[in-house]
Design a protein around this ligand. Structure first.
Ligand SMILES: [Zn+2]
Length: 347
């Protein structure tokens, strides 16, 4: 056993046995169970907290997020809050969450032109109130300025898609770009919902990279990799749109070449047969983790039960945790409710 391997084993042993203790010098991601919504909490080596989306309106999701943040991640405020897009399952919890934990900076793809049938104006008002009218609009190519911890690799967050356009495109570019002869890659009908305007970003920690695209749909996903792969390979893929097949374009997944996929589905939302089959048959993917078992599909069309945080619909809201080692060279994904941990080396 080499010295480096020994250090790594000790590091992960510490972070996996002491669940409440944050990993010193490493980077953590927590997928909070918000029942088919989204709430991805990132804690950087400098202990800055980024939250991407805040689940559904009501008490349940904000309370789960705040509890996870304070009691498991060990942070006392959200430094950067990102709204991937204006759908209820992604930013509905923001007003209540802001009452439970301080939130410093807000980012989004720009306020929607209302009325819009898929956006609830009251929730947009709540967001404006929670952010005190101070938000930062993100465009492709933008980065969020993050604190760095001396002695560890740089942490960066770069946007690749926002408001329906991808890096290098003009702000009025069309949603559909025919660029592949593959009949399986054919464009779908124009998506006028806010899903198509989701933010997509890559969070990097040294060589290690994580891709999160909210609920970005098929046509815009395709523009990210056709005719040119703008994103490059990544390590970890947050399965887009809870694993619905309106998203998860096979050309994108193939181009990203993730080793690990994490799906934030609900018991009866997302985690579709088609997407689970696609992920399981993608050669680069070594493990598919799921926040929920899809109770409507067969066991073989679900993630491995050991890698699934919640088995039943009336669940206790169990989370998935990913910890990157302080050198960015390896990472561990844990499902605490199943006492499962898997380690992976960075690409
Ligand atoms: Zn959604």
């Amino acid at each position: 056993m080499t010295w480096a391997t020994l250090v790594l084993i000790i590091f992960f042993a510490l972070s996996s046995t002491l669940w409440g203790v944050p990993a010193a010098g490493g980077l953590d991601i927590f997928w909070c169970d918000v029942e088919g919504g989204a709430a991805t909490l990132i804690v950087t080596p400098a202990r800055e907290a980024l939250l991407v989306d805040s689940g559904w309106p009501g008490e349940r999701d904000p309370e789960r997020i705040a509890k996870l943040a304070r009691e498991v991640a060990g942070i006392q405020q959200i430094d950067h809050y990102i709204t991937s897009h204006w759908h209820t399952d992604h930013f509905g919890g923001i007003q209540r969450l802001a009452e439970l934990i301080p939130i410093k900076n807000f980012y989004d793809h720009g306020f929607p032109q209302l009325p819009q049938s898929d956006i609830t104006p009251q929730l947009v008002d709540n967001y404006k109130r929670a952010s005190k009218g101070k938000t930062t609009l993100l465009k492709p190519g933008d980065q969020i300025r993050l604190k760095q911890l001396q002695g560890t690799p740089n942490v960066t967050l770069r946007v690749y898609a926002a408001h329906g356009v991808v890096s290098g495109e003009k702000s009025d570019a069309g949603q559909i770009r025919e660029c592949s002869a593959n009949p399986k890659h054919e464009a779908k009908a124009l998506d006028n919902s806010d899903n198509a305007r989701s933010l997509a970003f890559v969070l990097a920690f040294g060589d290690w990279e994580f891709f999160d695209a909210g609920d970005l749909t098929w046509n815009v996903e395709h523009k990210l990799v056709c005719p040119k792969n703008l994103v490059g390979p990544v390590d970890v893929y947050q399965v887009t749109h809870h694993g619905l097949d309106a998203s998860n374009h096979p050309a994108l997944i193939q181009a990203l070449q993730p080793r690990v996929a994490v799906m934030n589905n609900g018991a009866k939302k997302g985690g579709t047969e088609a997407v689970v089959r696609l992920l399981k048959s993608t050669p680069s993917i070594e493990a598919l983790f799921a926040v929920h078992r899809n109770v409507q599909t067969k066991p073989e069309d679900n993630a491995d039960p050991a890698l699934t945080a919640n088995d039943v619909e009336q669940c206790s809201g169990e989370y998935i945790r990913l910890t990157v080692a302080p050198d960015g060279k390896s990472y561990m994904v844990a499902v605490p409710s199943k006492k499962t941990t898997r380690t992976f080396s960075t690409k």
